[in-house]
Design a protein around this ligand. Structure first.
Ligand SMILES: [Zn+2]
Length: 113
């Protein structure tokens, strides 16, 4: 996995980068990654599969909460992402389904649309 601040071309961090060869860039010095590259690499590292604004599918919960509006399936939009330290619990995605109140869901209740 590439470090967030790794080189634009090859992903090697600045302090380990001198002149490196890359199939597209050839011999090059460390080049600052774009904000999008940094965000993508951070999301991969944090195992955060969804971002604010993503449309997601909410999987119905057949468990003991069955019947609660939050157990229903549907399609919604991620309105915020809450990342916690590993010991504090899983990342929660606040999702706003059409016509219902938003609710925090863990990644195992969500799927890409
Ligand atoms: Zn490089």
């Amino acid at each position: 996995m590439r470090p967030p601040l790794g080189c634009f071309y090859c992903g090697v961090e600045e302090r380990q980068h001198c002149q490196l060869w890359h199939p597209v860039a050839g011999w090059h010095g460390w080049k600052e990654p774009t904000r999008t590259q940094i965000a993508t690499r951070l999301r991969a590292r944090l195992d955060v599969p969804y971002a604010v604004g993503d449309q997601v599918r909410i999987l119905p919960d057949p468990g003991p909460n069955h019947g609660s509006p939050f157990a229903a399936g549907g399609v919604g939009v991620v309105v915020s992402v809450h990342v916690y330290p590993p010991e504090a619990g899983p990342t929660l995605f606040e999702v706003k389904p059409l016509g219902r109140a938003s609710h925090p869901y863990s990644a195992d209740r969500l799927a890409p649309t």
